[in-house]
Design a protein. Structure first.
Length: 101
């Protein structure tokens, strides 16, 4: 069975400043596993190729000059896993079309 990976954008209120912020949430099989500020990072990450996303995942510390948080690690892991799943689904649909065609 393939693990279901979802990304959701949601608003969050910073209790210290009462400011409204957007964040991206990573869900695996319906369970929240990570939440990161700046929901627009999702659009940027999904625009990357699998190879680019994997490179960022593997070289995060070198790029950012700090260790990633657990949520950052999970976010990039989910992005690459999602890319693998969608690429596999595309390959399956092409094969099915070829078989039916």
């Amino acid at each position: 069975m393939v693990e279901m990976i979802e990304f959701r954008k949601r608003a969050r209120i910073d209790l210290a400043t009462n400011a409204r912020e957007n964040e991206v949430v990573v869900l695996r099989d319906g369970c929240e596993v990570a939440a990161l500020p700046e929901a627009d990072r999702l659009d940027r990450a999904l625009a990357l190729s699998f190879e680019e996303a994997k490179w960022i995942q593997m070289h995060f510390e070198e790029i950012m000059r700090r260790k990633p948080t657990d949520d950052e690690l999970e976010f990039w892991r989910a992005i690459t896993d999602y890319r693998v799943q969608t690429k596999g689904l595309l390959l399956e649909s092409v094969s099915l079309e070829e078989m039916l065609g």
